[in-house]
Design a protein around this ligand. Structure first.
Ligand SMILES: Cc1cc2nc3c(=O)[nH]c(=O)nc-3n(C[C@H](O)[C@H](O)[C@H](O)COP(=O)(O)OP(=O)(O)OC[C@H]3O[C@@H](n4cnc5c(N)ncnc54)[C@H](O)[C@@H]3O)c2cc1C
Length: 394
């Protein structure tokens, strides 16, 4: 405890001395969130914050030091998170490298792959995207058709991926390919790491209902990927694919954990529905806000328990489907309530008559429709919970 106390004091002092003042406020727009990578130029303070935190390995506080991480014990990582929260500091880095492929490589990667890929993830040098879904394979992912045929020490990859989030902004992709065409569908899949600069890769953004274009179609034509880039064993990719989905689903639910949303919701309700004796005037809105925040608190506490379990070495299992289902549907309820509170002011798309904040809330609400699809739909999560968590018959 004495050690933790000292660690807390030193951490606080270091954060106060090294965090740029502008990093103590939430990002004003998505461009200020640091995903790292070679293709995006971030504001100076964002880059400075990333650099100082990465140097200590504190972008990945619990990863081992030999792979660039902070090597912190569970208690120390918790103290760091608490001190960052007290100073209202932004995470220095986010992304699929830290949340998905990094944890998978730590668990299942060869020493060579860990040494090659983990340090650049920690430093935010390489941004990763996920090549799972295909035009004919979403929920039934194991039916995927992208082919990888061995030619000496490379695989020649042909096929198409779709819904590749941030494919155009990423540097590398982790993807699933079929390497045995005769085997049962789950048995012939391998898990590959691919540099998106490799000849034969082309990425095309798709425009969404929210007006932005965060994901892409990825076309692969005779792309030559070294065999040593296979994670695990050839044809053994399905087990890894599922393990990674566990990390992904926890990450998605984590993204919706309580931040300032409760205060924001109450402030919006006061502004648009009026006040009565210091309270939100509309009793029904008060009731819905209170219910939402209680449900959010339950999710936050359950996620905190799962995070503690993960730090103690417990791999995410099928229960991550519960977080994914509940977290995404809760976020959709929150976004829905926000636009209801705004009333007609939520009907804008662009132009005069609507503030920047109103326009953003409308677009965020539209974006939230995808939450119950990405990372596996809500129906698929319910199937997994029924079969693998509750043990119900098919
Ligand atoms: C915002 C967003 C980001 C994404 N990012 C990525 C990414 O980075 N990389 C990537 O590889 N993919 C990504 N995806 C794709 C995502 O994983 C798929 O959209 C998802 O798995 C569903 O597949 P599908 O779209 O083919 O729908 P389908 O599988 O065709 O499903 C259509 C409907 O049928 C239902 N359904 C299907 N099977 C069953 C069943 N067995 N039981 C009950 N209902 C069923 C589904 O719930 C759904 O309502 C993203 C999707 C979104 C929305």
């Amino acid at each position: 405890m004495a050690d933790l106390h000292t660690f807390r004091k030193e951490t606080r002092r270091w954060l106060e001395a090294n965090a740029p003042a502008s990093m103590r406020t939430p990002p004003a727009n998505p461009d200020q969130i640091c995903w790292g990578g070679r293709k995006t130029r971030y504001p100076d303070d964002v880059r400075r914050w990333l650099a100082v935190m990465a140097e200590r390995g504190w972008t990945a506080p619990t990863w081992p030091r030999e792979y660039g991480g902070g090597g912190l014990a569970k208690g120390e990582a918790k103290v760091l998170a608490e001190e960052m929260a007290k100073l209202r500091l932004r995470p220095p880095l986010t992304g699929f490298g830290l949340a998905m492929i990094g944890p998978l490589l730590l668990q299942e990667g060869s020493e060579e792959l860990k040494r090659e890929h983990l340090p650049p993830i920690v430093r935010g040098e390489i941004r990763w995207c996920q090549g799972y879904s295909e035009p004919g394979s979403g929920s039934d992912l194991a039916s995927l058709q992208t082919r990888a045929v061995r030619d000496g020490d490379v695989f020649v990859v042909n096929g198409q991926k779709v819904w590749t989030s941030y494919g155009d902004k990423s540097d590398w992709m982790f993807l699933l390919v079929r390497t045995d065409f005769a085997a049962a569908k789950h048995s012939g899949i391998s898990f590959l790491l691919m540099d998106l600069e490799t000849p034969g890769v082309s990425v095309r953004p798709i425009m969404l209902i929210s007006g932005s274009s965060p994901f892409c179609e990825t076309f692969l034509a005779d792309v030559r990927v070294p065999v040593r880039n296979v994670v695990g064993r050839v044809n053994g990719g399905w087990v890894l694919a599922k393990a990674l989905l566990g990390h992904e689903r926890t990450m998605i639910a984590d993204a919706f954990k309580e931040r300032d949303d409760a205060k924001r919701l109450v402030a919006l309700a006061r502004r648009y529905l009026g006040e009565d004796g210091g309270r939100v005037a509309d009793a029904r809105a008060r009731d819905r806000i209170a219910q939402l925040e209680m449900d959010q608190a339950c999710l936050d506490l359950t996620l905190a328990r799962a995070r503690d379990g993960a730090k103690a070495g417990h791999k995410p299992g099928p229960e991550s489907s519960i977080f994914k289902l509940y977290g995404t549907e809760l976020n959709q309820r929150r976004r829905e309530l926000m636009v209801e509170i705004l009333g007609p002011q939520a009907l804008g798309w662009e132009g005069p008559g609507f503030s920047e904040e109103e326009l953003k809330l409308t677009r965020d609400w539209l974006r939230s429709r995808g939450n119950s699809i990405e990372g596996g739909t809500s129906e698929v999560q319910l199937n997994i919970i029924a079969k693998r968590v509750l043990g119900l018959p098919d």
